[in-house]
Design a protein around this ligand. Structure first.
Ligand code: NAD
Ligand code: UD1
Length: 356
């Protein structure tokens, strides 16, 4: 497909951003990445992030990259003045739920103020087509399952991180109402896991992982002794928490489909879409699948429930199928196999530098 349009990707060096950059390049988009390296690795503050270097190797294409913060209006404006940008995909955010409870202002400042600065610079430079990384967390505790886009949002968002996603969605709604040239698509991710099948890029959490899949992967590779399973007394198939895990490559393709939507002249305003498989899997089912994919034992211990957790969460993703022509294609075996491929080739993430 001939493309040639230019996409500015904020947070392009991060986990979901980097996988989306690969898809964009493969669809012949030009990519400009902005990342302040708060959660991405580079050999030095002035060098291209390691994930992007590897993508250039993988795709044979080049990425324009700026190690800047979206909150710095002057720097951001320079990028918009230097390049003719058609679309923005906005990934840049802090994303740790626990940290957001301890440092709420940091999260509101980075995720909400940062988004406002970005939207302001976009408006001033007449770039008014935006795809935003949202989360199923905006639905709070599900009133019914599966979750569809009509489920109320913002009620029962128990942590500042989740609230930032809800607030930014509200800001985008107001922006689109105020100016009919604006279109914004909010993609509500369920639980992204997996890695590019090359094993060159993947999830590289700093410190102890909060999320299940990277924790399991680090147990399998010997970096952690055992997994703590947070509760076995939920009303689920085996008592452990159930989530809708989605392969990050499927998620990445969802972003490209969202950009395609902007070519439809009838598409206007703000629209959210769920990106999930529609299928829930329990913690113990994930452990079993990972054991099979890796051939490694995954020792675990059942501990108390994690505060703020819900029993089950999975998507009704039929709207994305109907309107974006998108559905998930990769199953849990691919999710575990690709995670293991990445983790075993890069036991210490990007700093290992041994991937080939
Ligand atoms: P990530 O931390 O790997 O990527 C985010 C990137 O943004 C990082 O590289 C970080 O350095 C950069 N960044 C953060 N603040 C910035 C700023 N002020 N200026 C410039 N760059 C900045 O996270 P991810 O998992 O790739 O998540 C991407 C987006 O998707 C985030 O908005 C996140 O909230 C959302 N999301 C993620 C998940 C998930 O499980 N990974 C689930 C739902 C939603
Ligand atoms: C978490 C965040 C959510 C965020 C999402 C991104 C919380 C409360 N919620 O969701 O806001 O959008 O990540 O992917 O942090 N589990 C264990 N042991 C572990 C880790 C997790 O048993 O070491 C269990 C959890 O209890 C849950 C499941 O695994 O049942 C998935 O947990 P996790 O990967 O953290 O995702 P969420 O809780 O769905």
């Amino acid at each position: 497909m001939a493309n040639g349009k230019t996409v500015l990707v904020t947070g392009g060096a991060g986990y979901v951003g980097s996988h989306t950059v690969v898809e964009l390049l493969e669809q012949n988009y030009n990519v400009i990445s902005i990342d302040n390296l708060v959660n991405a690795y580079a050999d030095s503050p002035t060098e291209k992030p390691e994930s992007l270097k590897r993508i250039e190797k993988l795709t044979g294409k080049s990425i324009t990259s700026y190690n800047i913060d979206i909150r710095c209006k002057d720097n951001l404006d320079k990028v918009f003045k230097t390049h003719k940008i058609d679309y923005v995909i906005h990934f840049a955010a802090l994303k740790s739920v626990g940290e957001s409870c301890a440092k709420p202002l940091q999260y509101y400042q980075n995720n909400i103020s940062g988004s406002c600065v970005l939207f302001e610079v976009m408006s001033e430079n007449n770039v008014k087509k935006l795809v935003f990384s949202s989360s199923a967390t905006v639905y709070g505790t599900p009133q019914k399952l599966p979750l569809d886009e009509n489920h109320p949002t913002g009620q029962g968002c128990t942590n500042p991180y989740g609230k930032t996603k809800f607030f930014v969605e509200e800001i985008m709604k107001d922006l689109c109402s105020s100016d009919s040239e604006w279109s914004a698509i909010s993609l509500r991710y369920f639980n992204p896991v997996g890695a590019h099948e090359s094993g060159l890029i993947g999830e590289d959490p700093s410190g102890i992982p909060n999320n299940l899949m990277p924790f399991i992967a680090q147990v399998a590779v010997g970096r952690r002794a055992k997994l703590s399973v947070y509760g076995s007394d939920y009303d689920t198939i085996d008592g452990t928490g159930v989530r809708d895990y989605i392969h990050v490559n499927d998620l990445a393709i969802g972003h490209v489909r969202a950009l395609d939507k902007f070519c439809d002249n009838n598409f206007k305003g703000f629209k959210p879409y769920n990106l999930g498989t529609g299928k829930g899997l329990s913690v113990l089912q994930m452990v079993e699948a990972f054991k099979k994919a890796s051939g490694k034992d995954i020792p675990y211990e059942i501990v108390d429930r994690r505060p703020g957790d819900i029993a089950s969460c999975y998507a009704d993703a039929s709207l994305a199928l109907k309107e974006l022509n998108w559905s998930a294609t990769k199953d849990v075996n691919a999710m575990c196999k690709d995670t293991w491929n990445w983790q075993s080739k890069n036991p210490n993430g990007y700093q290992t530098k041994t991937a080939n």
